[in-house]
Design a protein around this ligand. Structure first.
Ligand SMILES: *[C@@H]1O[C@H](CO)[C@@H](O)[C@H](O)[C@H]1NC(C)=O
Length: 290
């Protein structure tokens, strides 16, 4: 398995090292092509999705091989920068839309009744511990879980889960995102003089928000497909607490219609953009998925 993995990652690493050595102003840990972006309040950013991966198997699958909600303007390959092209298996756009510094809870879609094949596939992916790898502003989504009273962090969230003592599988269909934002105050506009002597104001870096953390709490929530399917994508829904009771969670079954929703909460943070990767580098032996 190691031998199988080697060539591609080895070539990628070589290309990366080569590019980094050619680039005169490279800071440690910055992936090529990822630049600091300051967003205005309300500005819309879409999350991207990479292949579904599992620690149990080395075989990735496309995100849209599962019956997930699709973006309104269709699925498009979305690797934009060199880091993503080198690291990504298959990066696609997603309908998960983030309005900077606007807390909201929204509806995405309700699927058609699951076919036998779709239900079996979802169950299989959940049991094989497949996880969704989502990326916002180049940051992989991070999840925190508690194991033996130790907080463990890793990237991605599970497709579903099979609770101990239950022979049913449950799907992750509601995501509670926490986006850490660093409020950036521009130093003021810079007055420059153009060649023909006209003074112009150039606002080099606008004030706004930089994204310095992307976290998720995945939940499985049973919804009423009749009332939910009347909604349009991004219509508001009530915020929910992740249910602990299985009867309030969404089982993966043939003929079941699954509703996907998510909520976003923006939390101000002191983390600077240049340190936003520190949380990932601290992860113990965990693999960062792009
Ligand atoms: C969003 O929610 C968080 C957490 O509840 C809160 O601290 C923050 O002030 C809210 N932001 C806005 C813009 O309402």
């Amino acid at each position: 398995m190691v031998a199988k993995m080697l060539p591609r990652s080895w070539i990628s690493a070589c290309v990366l090292v080569l590019l980094l050595s050619l680039h005169p102003r490279v800071h440690a840990f910055y992936l090529p092509g990822t630049f600091m972006h300051t967003y205005s309040p309300g500005e819309v950013i879409s999350a991207k999705v990479n292949s579904l991966t599992s620690i149990e198997t080395e075989l990735p699958f496309s995100y849209y091989s599962l019956p997930y909600c699709k973006p309104l303007d269709g699925v498009k390959k979305s690797a934009e920068n060199l880091g993503e092209i080198l690291m990504g298996d298959q990066i696609d756009n997603s309908p998960y839309r983030f309005q900077v510094n606007v807390n909201e809870s929204v509806f995405l879609c309700t699927t058609d009744p699951l076919t036998k094949e779709q239900a079996e596939l979802l169950k299989r992916r959940a049991r094989d511990l497949y996880q969704v790898n989502m990326v916002l502003d180049n940051l992989p989504v991070m999840q925190f879980t508690e194991q033996n009273s130790v907080i463990i962090q890793w990237t991605g969230f599970p497709v579903g889960y099979n609770p101990i003592g239950s022979n049913e599988d449950y799907i992750t269909n509601h995501l509670k995102f926490r986006v850490l934002v660093h409020q950036y105050q521009a130093q003021g506009d810079v007055v420059v003089t153009s060649e023909d002597g006209v003074a112009m104001v150039e606002s080099d870096r606008k004030s706004g928000f930089q994204i310095v953390g992307f976290e998720v709490v995945p939940c499985s929530v049973r919804r009423d497909p009749e009332s939910m399917s009347k909604l349009k994508m991004y219509d508001k829904v009530d915020s929910v607490n992740c249910p602990l009771e299985l009867e309030k969670s969404q089982a993966i079954r043939e003929n079941e219609r699954i509703t996907f929703t998510y909520e976003v909460e923006y939390v101000k943070s002191n983390i600077k953009w240049s340190s936003r990767w520190d949380a990932y580098l601290k992860m113990d032996g965990a693999k960062v998925h792009w």
